[in-house]
Ligand binder design. Structure first.
Ligand code: GLU
Length: 415
C-alpha cells in the first residue's frame, strides 16, 4: 500500500478487513461506511478588532445503533470533514470496545484557539452551541473536549445550550468543571486509562513497567497523566514533546517538573538537564514503551521502521497509519490500539453523564475503581478476540467493536 490514505480512508481499510475476517454480511460495512448525519455550519463572529470572520464548524453522528452518539469537540486550524468523519467513526468503535451504551460522534471548529482572545473564544463557542443545539442532547448526541478545547469551553457550551433550549440538562455535555456537574477524575481519565491498559498488556506480554523507559509524544493532558502514572509505577520517562519541540534524557525526566516548565514557558523545549530533540523524535528514541499522544498519522510507513519500543500505547486517536501498522506488526511490536488505550476519557465522560442523570455524585476513588474495572475488562475482551482470530490487538479491538455494533444494528432491524 503506497498511496497516502486520509484518516477516513484508513479507518475504512481496517473496518473492511475486519468485516471480511469475521465474515459479516456486506450490509454491515455498507451502513458503517457512511456517517449517519453531518451538520456543517458557518459561524460569523465579531472579532475584537471590529472585523468579522466566519468560521467553518461541524458536528457528525457516525452511528447511533448502540445509543446516543458521543464524542469530543476539536478546535484546530486544519480541521477538515474527512478527519472529523474518521474521528466520529473511531468514537463508535471506541465506545463499543469499552461497552458504553453510546454510538459515536465528533465535532469541531476550524480555528486556532491559541490565536483567539478569551472573549472571541467564548463568542465562537456560544455561536457553535446555538447553531448545533438541535443536533445535540442528553439522549441524542453528547459532546466533550478534544484537541484544543477544555472544561471552560464545555461550560460556555452548556450555558448557551441551556439558554437556547430553556432546559437545565447537565448531561448534554461532559468534562465540565466540577462545580457545574463535572465528574471527579475526568481530567486524568484518558491518561489513567492508557496506563491501566498498559498494565494489562505488560502482564499478558511480559513487558515489565517497573524500570521501563517510556517515551511520550504530545505533552498535553493525556500524555501528562499517562506519564505521571508510569512514573509513579517505577518507570522512567525518557522523552517527551509538544508542537514546539521535544526533550530527551536517558536517565529519566520528572513529569511534574516538566509540566511546570511547559506551563511557564509554553513548551517542554529547553527543560534543564535534557537534550533538545524534535517534535517527532520521541517516536523513534530508545525506549521500551511509547505513548503517541499528539495527533493522527504520526507513525507511518516512513518512520515505523525506526520505532524501537517493545510496546506502543496509543493515547491519540489514529496515530498510526495502516502502512505504519504493517511495519510495526512485522517487527512484532505490541500495539494497544487507540480505540482501547485512550477510551478512559470517554468512559469517565459516561460516568459523568450517569451522575448527571441521577443527580448523585461519586467520590474520585469510586470513579477510579470503576474506570480500572472497565479498562481491564475491555483489554481482556480485546485480547480474547485477538487470540480467537489470531490477529493483533488492533484487529481484536475492531472485531469486538464491529461485532457489537453489527448485533445492535441487526436487532434494530437496520440490516
Ligand atoms: N475526545 C475524547 C476522545 O476522543 C473524549 C470524548 C468524550 O469524552 O466524549 O475519546
Amino acid at each position: 500500500m503506497s498511496k497516502k490514505l486520509s484518516p477516513w480512508e484508513s479507518q475504512l481499510v481496517n473496518i473492511k478487513k475486519v468485516s471480511d475476517l469475521m465474515g459479516l454480511e456486506p450490509a454491515v460495512y455498507e451502513v458503517v461506511s457512511k456517517p449517519k448525519a453531518i451538520l456543517q455550519v458557518s459561524l460569523p463572529i465579531k472579532m475584537d478588532d471590529g472585523s468579522v470572520r466566519s468560521f467553518q464548524a461541524f458536528r457528525i453522528h457516525h452511528n447511533d445503533a448502540r445509543g446516543p452518539t458521543k464524542g469530543g469537540i476539536r478546535y484546530y486550524p486544519h480541521l477538515d470533514l474527512d478527519t472529523e468523519k474518521a474521528l466520529a467513526a473511531w468514537m463508535t468503535w471506541k465506545n463499543a470496545v469499552v461497552n458504553l451504551p453510546y454510538g459515536g460522534g465528533k465535532g469541531g471548529i476550524a480555528c486556532d484557539p491559541k490565536k483567539l482572545s478569551k472573549g472571541e473564544l467564548e463568542r465562537l463557542t456560544r455561536a457553535y452551541a446555538a447553531a448545533i443545539a438541535w443536533f445535540v442532547g442528553v439522549d441524542l448526541d453528547i459532546p466533550a473536549p478534544d484537541v484544543g478545547t477544555n472544561a471552560q469551553i464545555m461550560a460556555w457550551f452548556m450555558d448557551e445550550y441551556y439558554k437556547v433550549t430553556g432546559r437545565i440538562s447537565p448531561g448534554v455535555i461532559t468534562a465540565k468543571p466540577i462545580v457545574l456537574g463535572g465528574s471527579l477524575g475526568r481530567t486524568a481519565a484518558t491518561g489513567r486509562g492508557v496506563f491501566f491498559t498498559a498494565v494489562e498488556a505488560s502482564k499478558a506480554f511480559k513487558i515489565p513497567i517497573k524500570g521501563a523507559a517510556v517515551s511520550v509524544q504530545g505533552y498535553g493532558n493525556v500524555a501528562y497523566h499517562a506519564a505521571l502514572n508510569f512514573h509513579d509505577a517505577g518507570a522512567k520517562i525518557v522523552a517527551a514533546s509538544d508542537s514546539r519541540g521535544g526533550v530527551y534524557n536517558k536517565d529519566g525526566i520528572d513529569p511534574r517538573k516538566l509540566m511546570e516548565h511547559k506551563k511557564k514557558t509554553g513548551s517542554v523545549k529547553g527543560f534543564p538537564g535534557c537534550e533538545d530533540i524534535g517534535t517527532k523524535d520521541p517516536l523513534t528514541v530508545d525506549c521500551d514503551i511509547l505513548v503517541p499522544a499528539a495527533m493522527e498519522n504520526m507513525i507511518t510507513g516512513e518512520n515505523a521502521g525506526d520505532v524501537k519500543a517493545k510496546m506502543i500505547v496509543e493515547g491519540a486517536n489514529g496515530p498510526t497509519t495502516p502502512d505504519g501498522d504493517g511495519i510495526l506488526n512485522e517487527k512484532k511490536i505490541i500495539v494497544i490500539p487507540d480505540i482501547l488505550a485512550n477510551a478512559g476519557g470517554v468512559t469517565v465522560s459516561y460516568f459523568e453523564w450517569v451522575q448527571n442523570r441521577m443527580g448523585y455524585y461519586w467520590t474520585e476513588e469510586e470513579v477510579d475503581q470503576r474506570l480500572e474495572r472497565v479498562m481491564k475488562q475491555a483489554f481482556k475482551d480485546v485480547h480474547e478476540q485477538a487470540e480467537k482470530y489470531k490477529v493483533n490487538l488492533r484487529y481484536g479491538a475492531y472485531v469486538l467493536a464491529l461485532g457489537r455494533v453489527a448485533e445492535a444494528m441487526k436487532l434494530r432491524g437496520w440490516i
